[in-house]
Design a protein around this ligand. Sequence first.
Ligand code: ADP
Length: 482
Amino acid sequence: MNENSGKIKVLFASAEAAPFAKVGGLGDVGGALPASLMGNFSDEIDIRTIMPFHAVIKAKNPPRKKIGNFSFQAHTQQIDCELFISDIDGVPVYLIDNPYINHDSPIYHGDWQLDGMKYVSFSRALLEALRYLDWKIDILHANDWHTALAVHALATTYKEDPFFAGIKTVLSIHNLPYNGWGSQEAMSQLGFTASQDPDLPDWAKYTPLPMGIAAAQKIIAVSPGYSREILTPEYGCGMENYFQKHADKVIGILNGIDEDRWNPAEDETISHNFSVEQLSERIQNKFDLQKALGFDVDENVPLLTIVTRLSEQKGVPSIFDALPQLLDRKWQFALLGSGDPGLEARARTLAENHPERVACFVQYDDLISRVLYASGDIFLMPSLYEPCGLSQMFAMRYGNLPVATATGGLIDSISDYSADPEIATGFLYADKSTAGLIKSLNLALDVFEQKETWQAMQKNAMTRDFCWKTSANKYLDVYKSL
Ligand code: ADP
């Protein structure tokens, strides 16, 4: 670090940053982490975010200023970009537009050629934006495959470029299996060369996330648990040998949540605000939801909830398999989720078969998510793997106790009833099969009937410290250490 530079200058590059653009946890982190660093450590750090000017942000039309236009040469193509500046909670946010971003498209197309061109071009453009701004940074903090190639480019294309000399790089892994595979054609069109790192397996040398991993000075997994898991064949996605060999550059820092934006005492989207001190108010949210869904309005019927991307990763099939086997027990179930068409169909079928106790919102909706967090008794999170997971944290903050698999960030954020009921905030289970879920859910349904224990657990959950400041401090330490 340059001793004379004063504040550490960090560019935080992300595909998502809430509230501008959010598909999952990356959006929560992209919004809240830079804001927490800026809010708590502004005398030490100058952090700014850069992201694509997605159509969804254009539709929200946030206040912004155009900075200007710049172009750069990528292999045989000239890429013309527009640069804007806006703000999220005091953090300057640069928005980049170019022909591969500038159309009416989702944040992710789900089409590798289109996503490849969008994010490969963005990874170059975000570096060229620095040059255009004449902002010499100390640290580039990239996130996931979408921006990993910027780290690789610094170590290759820009290695001898004096403007970028001395920049240190951090790459956060939010989800290792999403490695950018399929964007090889885009990389070759835009002139990216393969990683020469002999420690990478062959397939990984021309795959965006591993290319960034090899080039970065520090790799941050989004929970300590996940940082250990990715060293194993079960979770390492073929990169476990690389991580084992380079374990000294891998650390885990648990994500936090934005406790201002997610506060049941002030959340305007729920019908009744509540807090640990006024927990009795909480039940009104459940009654309102039961009424709205046409369920029996009954305090003693536990309301199961889930808010999720519908994907295999989230273990959703085990819920669809488990619930029909538990019909002799009292429960109701409300699902909010979208994604895999097959799982969307299974959700609809379950609701059609049991309309008196199952309701499924097959969509993405922030407002409904808050209603479910605030109304549910039990929050299901049967993930097959979970790098960090934020949904379980929102659920706990809103007094909704998770039943979750013992994996990754779920272990780091949930205190298990079976380990110690006194400090418990939820239920963890190791056997990720349907049988494992049924067993854990049966236990949770039993404990739900012990009103005092349940309430004590709710209070544990609601007062657990998930605030970003603690984690942001750890990120600051990483920046300083480079
Ligand atoms: P992931 O990033 O793997 O999707 P996380 O638990 O880390 O999982 O973060 C998910 C985030 O996305 C949470 O903020 C959750 O509330 C939100 N979310 C997921 N699905 C939906 C949905 N259908 N509607 C609204 N919010 C959703």
